[in-house]
Write a protein that binds this ligand. Structure first.
Ligand SMILES: [Ca+2]
Ligand SMILES: [Ca+2]
Ligand SMILES: [Ca+2]
Length: 250
């Protein structure tokens, strides 16, 4: 019975999250940068035969001659979390640059655990991407609840990388940002995403939850998503109770 329930949950989870939520997507939170991959979707429009997700871990500078003319390798979508490496953010000059390529229609949605992004003075969101561009573009959507997304603007490698929430009158704190590839340009076909950042005047720090469930399984992730804040609150209350009783024991 329980097994049947679990497999039902897994099936629903697969539908909800598309391909998968990488178990390694929880990294140490860094202020101002995306901390978690909420969703990744492969549209399947990359030039054949490139299995998504692909990009580069940056540990080696790939030669176009090595891989059918494509400077890519399989990557986890979470390579875009946290801060980018020191300049230059260039796939040919810097072996420490990681990126996730988003070909036409493929997208990634990231969340923030220790901050929210708000409409501060001027631009608020910076989308880090490779400086050695082939003119790729991506569409950026923002959400205050992780479900409903509003189109904020189109950005381009080597072009506009910063966006202002005021341009669409988005006044609620941003909880999630979705980046959608719109072309297959370059030797790494698609928009080469490196980082997702809140600009300094637009970050609202917040405390991290006392404990975050280990996203070791899709089931765990689904349960976390479905139960949400309520379960976190209950867990916190339980922990408080436990720590109180510990105090008395000692
Ligand atoms: Ca962060
Ligand atoms: Ca602003
Ligand atoms: Ca590209």
């Amino acid at each position: 019975m329980l097994q049947r329930f679990e497999s039902k949950l897994l099936a629903s989870a697969a539908l909800i999250v598309g391909i998968s939520l990488a178990p390694t997507s929880a990294r140490a939170a860094t202020l101002g940068f995306a901390d978690v991959v909420l969703e990744y979707f492969a549209a399947g429009n990359s030039p054949s035969p490139l299995p998504e997700p692909y990009g580069s871990t940056g540990r080696a500078i790939l030669e176009p001659s090595e891989n059918g003319g494509f400077t890519i390798e399989p990557v986890s979508p979470d390579v875009i979390l946290g801060p980018p490496p020191p300049s230059p953010v260039n796939s040919r000059l810097n072996p420490n640059v990681d990126w996730l390529a988003l070909p036409q229609g493929s997208f990634v949605t990231v969340g923030f655990t220790n901050e929210r992004i708000v409409d501060g003075p001027g631009n608020d969101i910076f989308i880090g991407n490779l400086e050695d561009s082939a003119g790729e573009q991506a569409d950026i959507f923002v959400s205050a609840n992780g479900n409903d997304f509003e189109f904020l603007g189109r950005i381009g490698e080597g072009g506009v990388r910063e966006l202002d929430l005021a341009t669409i009158g988005f006044t609620a704190p941003v909880e999630a940002i979705k980046i959608v590839g719109i072309d297959n340009f370059g030797n790494s076909p698609g928009f080469d995403l490196v980082s997702v950042e809140g600009l300094p005047g637009s970050i609202e720090p917040r405390f991290e939850p006392a404990s975050v469930p280990e996203p070791t399984s899709t089931l765990g992730l689904l349960a976390f998503g479905a139960l949400g804040a309520d379960s976190v609150l209950k867990r916190k209350q339980k922990q408080q109770k436990l720590s109180r009783s510990k105090t008395f024991v000692s």
